[in-house]
Write a protein that binds this ligand. Structure first.
Ligand code: NAD
Length: 254
């Protein structure tokens, strides 16, 4: 337990269950004294999130595929909790057929959907956070990326293309959100078995390959990723802007 985030309220988007990377972020931020508010995608995921969080008041519906849903969610968060000090965006989706075979198998609809949910949504939440003055000045936004943005990882295909967009969006947002006192960064996490990963064909091979390439033979944990997220939310990170920080136990080195 520390006090790095004491007095800060942080909005966490993307906890599906206890294996979610966003849940690792939440645990580390709670441990540093933060107050947390959570968004969930739909009623099914609300049930799952409700198993982790007792306080229904701190749960707000938000489907990032819809501008109206983002606007309504942020309005509710501001009404209930006032302005917040940070926002964690741990959201991605691509249709199954875009996560197997050759990249040429990705059709227009799958491409558009993956880009919309996994990359554009970061721009959309930043836009509404700015317009609705949801974030304090200063504040911090952290998103989650993966090494498949830079290398051609088997089957990761469309999500790799979306993560490249996401990391570029982080840089442009960092430039343009600075006028509101908002820092924007990404954490590039190593492979962890979550619900999202199981959508990738041959995900067990991906997880094994990733573990073999760590410097010590042990995959990064969701809490280790969460630790970096807590740091980026804190005032210790005021100089870190527009960056993508690897938290993958060195997989990107080899
Ligand atoms: P997860 O399945 O636990 O979380 C994904 C979340 O995205 C879920 O909560 C889901 O509800 C949400 N989501 C999807 N579509 C949405 C929509 N339309 N509106 C609102 N929410 C929506 O999986 P995770 O692995 O914890 O994923 C979190 C982030 O971490 C993703 O961006 C993922 O790409 C990234 N990431 C994961 C890994 C890994 O190995 N698990 C590695 C690096 C980066």
């Amino acid at each position: 337990m520390g006090n790095l985030l004491e007095g800060k309220t942080i909005l966490v988007m993307g906890v599906a269950n206890k294996r979610s990377i966003a849940w690792g972020c939440a645990q580390q931020m709670l441990d540093q004294g933060a107050n947390l508010v959570f968004t969930y995608q739909n009623e099914r995921l609300k049930k799952s999130l409700g198993k982790l969080i007792d306080d229904e008041n701190s749960l707000v519906e938000c489907d990032v595929a819809s501008d109206a849903s983002i606007e309504a969610a942020f309005t509710t968060v501001k009404e209930r909790f006032g302005q917040v000090d940070g926002l964690v965006h741990a959201i991605a989706f691509a249709p199954k057929e875009a996560l197997e075979g050759d990249i040429m198998d990705v059709n227009r609809d799958a491409y558009a959907m993956a880009q919309d949910i996994s990359a554009y949504s970061l721009i959309a939440v930043s836009k509404y956070a700015a317009e609705l003055e949801l974030l304090k000045n200063p504040a911090s936004i952290v998103t989650l990326s993966y090494f498949g943005s830079e290398r051609a990882i088997p089957n990761y295909n469309m999500m790799g293309v979306a993560k490249a967009s996401l990391e570029a969006s982080v840089r442009y947002l960092a430039r343009d959100m600075a006028k509101f006192g908002v820092r924007v960064n990404a954490v590039s996490a190593g492979a962890i078995k979550t619900l999202a990963v199981t959508g990738i064909k041959g995900h067990s091979d991906l997880l094994n390959m990733s573990e073999e390439r760590t410097v010590d033979g042990h995959s990064v944990t969701q809490l280790e990723v969460g630790g970096a997220c807590a740091f980026l939310m804190s005032d210790l990170a005021t100089g870190v802007v527009g960056d993508t920080i690897y938290v993958d136990k060195g997989v990107h080195l080899i």
